[in-house]
Design a protein. Structure first.
Length: 285
């Protein structure tokens, strides 16, 4: 019986299509990808999931089953213990336990809240210290240079979009897929639209307004039902900033990639594309 269980544990992460364990492997890989958003490295996520689903294991059982280097396995176990999401049993050999997912999320989110509290407390002191340092910049009459910034990861991208919306004085234009819009909605970006701001949203491809967004003013939304792809997404703010997704939400969240710029030529190009799409899109009623 033990040999059979151990065989399943060893093969699950290497299961190939057609194998009975392949579906289980895909779910575990999906879970590992999602845990990256909570500060897990790939092998840390794999060890945590393995302990959580297969029960307490020794370090030896772990690195054999997961085919990880011995030293890395011990290092990860110590790290997960220090984060409070894995515990060790006083036995010989030592067995390691994973906390439940609910307990783990609670611990990780409380840790992040504590970091934010510390930063908030330091903010005023750092601003005061910053102001005491003499500035040696020299003002010139040179034309403003255009800037370009690469932004990777869902949290950083959403934070950049929020900054754009907060600083918008006239208008915000969004071209996105339904999945992208769901991400903006759940990140509370759409809640930031003020009545004084002109907002236009094109959903592509889409046949109707998503149900989660049905209370929005339909005048600001238009649909492109027959678009062949759903990988286009960009945001334009006041004709002075643009953020263009190079990889949008059809990819794993940690692989989202965007480029932000205040380049006039780039903004004009995206604005022209948006205006053309808006004129040819389906009006919502």
């Amino acid at each position: 019986m033990e040999d059979g269980v151990e065989g399943i544990q060893i093969s699950v992460f290497n299961a190939e299509r057609g194998n009975a364990l392949f579906e289980q492997k895909e779910k575990m890989q999906k879970m590992a990808e999602e845990l990256l958003q909570f500060g897990f490295a790939p092998n840390q996520a794999k060890i945590y999931i393995y302990l959580g689903k297969y029960g307490p294991k020794t370090a030896s059982e772990l690195f054999k089953a997961l085919q990880l280097p011995r030293t890395e396995t011990y290092f990860i176990l110590n790290l997960l213990q220090s984060r409070g999401i894995v515990t060790a049993e006083f036995s010989s050999p030592t067995k390691y336990y994973a906390l439940s997912l609910e307990q783990t999320f609670s611990i990780l989110m409380n840790a992040e809240k504590e970091k934010l509290n510390i930063l908030f407390q330091k903010q005023k002191d750092l601003v005061k210290l910053w102001d005491t340092i003499p500035s040696h910049t020299v003002e010139t009459n040179e034309l403003k240079s255009e800037k370009l910034q690469m932004v990777q990861g869902i949290e950083r991208i959403y934070s950049k979009i929020k900054n754009m919306v907060e600083s918008a004085k006239e208008e915000v234009m969004i071209f996105c897929s339904e999945k992208d819009l769901a991400g903006f909605y759940h990140a509370d970006i759409t809640d930031m639209f003020s009545n004084s701001l002109s907002v236009k949203i094109i959903i592509s491809p889409a046949q109707k307004i998503p149900s989660f967004f049905d209370k929005i003013d339909k005048k600001i939304i238009r649909l492109l039902p027959n678009s062949p792809t759903e990988n286009q997404c960009f945001v334009i703010k006041d004709n002075d900033e643009v953020l263009l997704f190079l990889r949008n939400t059809i990819h794993p969240s940690h692989n989202l990639f965007a480029v932000w710029s205040d380049s006039n030529s780039m903004i004009d190009s995206m604005h022209t594309l948006f205006s053309y799409s808006w004129d040819n899109a389906k009006v919502c009623r």
